[in-house]
Design a protein around this ligand. Structure first.
Ligand code: HAM
Length: 412
């Protein structure tokens, strides 16, 4: 039997109820903040991610699904949404004011699958392009927080950091190299590599010994110049005004290289090892880096599989119930059932028509299991008189009516 690929998953049935719930809540909040949806391709030129996310990141180095197309172009299944949105922003010349965008879709990373970590997963993200105002940072963090709260999630920790601008980071980078060099051979092999190429990434290592060495490493916050420091203070002040609780984590370096100033993550204490439900920050140089005009920007993305795991652990959501289950038997009745279901759908009702042609009692049993308010029982005599037998399933009351009367009798 052909199986789905490792790290990919079918989503259906009851799980879909959680997905729809989640999408509904998020879209509602994003609409109220006047964010516009953008849908960009899943396939992009490999160079977009190599330049955008950074050549020395794990994503670009180890995790991309990259292949040569028939025309010998190097193509990659998007591992994240920001680079594609920025490409679209530049290509479609969306410059001018402030663009507030949101997106949702599949992302692909060749990672070791585990609970909450897949190779094909979904992100919901926002990107605000064209503003360097610290209020934009506060707005996006707050919207993420509001979505998670509206979903009823508890035990969330918002971690906030500033990774400064390139000058701040240049000096910090040197301080890290000076600090880690004497420990070089004690670091895990990946971190030894990073020491030469991208020392900030060492702070992200999961290796216990490296983590221990990181404890006493210099803090980025001591390397922020006055302007960067002031900016970070303003973001924090706004978040306090908005009652978003956060903790400062000077070791928070994200897995992508494009961040400047604000970097943040939201973790859930109710998830296992894969606890980050949302990550993002400011990326003021990315638009320029990808060939556009100098444009500041800030955004985040949430992992939807992780949110669904949390929702499932919170409460059982009932699927939307159907209104009527149509049972019919006999040639005329079965043809009539099709017409009845079309008319009732047209009146905005949720209908399921039994297609089995089984005996009435069998079909009625299924009607009872369907959760419908009523069963519509149609035999050849109903077809002839254009009537319906309605059996109200909760009350086991049965009556004869017509389609029009039934629609009129229902509460609007
Ligand atoms: P990221 O931190 O790489 O950031 O991913 C954001 C979120 O996607 C993570 O916090 C996690 O919830 C989810 N996620 C990542 N990898 C996986 C996986 N393999 N399986 C399941 N969920 C996963 C970004 O992607 C940036 N583009 C965010 C951003 C937008 N920054 C600025 N704008």
């Amino acid at each position: 039997m052909i199986q789905s690929l490792r790290g990919t998953k079918d989503i259906f049935g009851q799980e879909m109820v959680y997905w729809h719930h989640l999408e509904g809540i998020a879209k509602n909040i994003l609409q109220r903040a006047n964010y516009q949806e953008i849908r960009t391709p899943i396939l992009e030129a490999t160079e977009l991610f190599a330049r955008g996310i950074g050549e020395t990141t794990d994503i670009v180095n180890k995790e991309m699904y990259t292949f040569l197309s028939k025309g010998e172009e190097s193509i990659t299944l998007r591992p994240e949404g920001t680079a594609g949105v920025v490409r679209a922003y530049i290509q479609n010349k969306l410059y001018g004011g402030v663009e507030r965008l949101w997106y949702m879709g599949q992302m692909f990373r060749y990672e070791r699958p585990q609970k909450g970590r897949q190779r094909q997963f979904h992100q919901l993200g926002v990107e605000v392009l064209g503003s360097s105002d610290p209020r934009a940072d506060a707005e996006v963090v707050t919207i993420a927080y509001e979505i998670l709260q509206a979903l009823g999630l508890k035990n969330l920790v918002v971690s906030l950091n500033s990774v400064g601008d390139s000058t701040d980071r240049g000096q910090y980078r040197q301080a890290l190299v000076d600090y880690f060099t004497p420990y070089r051979t004690d670091l895990d092999p990946d971190s030894q590599n990073r020491l030469d190429r991208n020392p900030l990434r060492i702070l992200d290592s999961k290796d216990p010994k490296t983590q221990e060495i990181c404890q006493a490493a210099p803090s980025i916050l001591d390397y922020l110049q006055l302007e960067s420091r002031k900016r970070f203070d303003r973001v924090q002040a706004h978040l306090r005004d908005l009652r978003v609780e956060f903790t400062i984590d000077p070791r928070l370096v994200r897995g992508l290289d494009y961040y400047t100033h604000t970097a943040f993550e939201i973790q859930s204490k109710d998830l296992g090892a894969q606890s980050a439900v949302c990550g993002g920050g400011r990326y003021d140089k990315l638009v320029e880096e990808l060939g556009g005009t100098d444009t500041p920007a800030v955004g985040w993305a949430m992992g939807l599989e992780r949110l669904v795991l949390l929702l499932e652990s919170l409460a059982t959501l009932a699927p939307n119930p159907i209104d009527f289950y149509i049972v019919s038997r006999g040639e005329k009745a079965e043809a009539y059932a099709l017409i009845v279901s079309q008319k009732l759908r047209g009146a905005n009702l949720r209908i399921e028509m039994d297609l089995t042609g089984a005996k009435f009692d069998k079909q009625l049993k299924r009607a009872a299991q369907s959760g419908a308010k009523g069963a519509l029982i149609l035999g050849d005599s109903e077809a002839e008189t254009q009537t319906l037998q309605v059996k109200w399933l909760a009350e086991s009351r049965q009556e004869t009516t017509t389609i029009e009367e039934l629609i009129r009798s229902l509460p609007r």
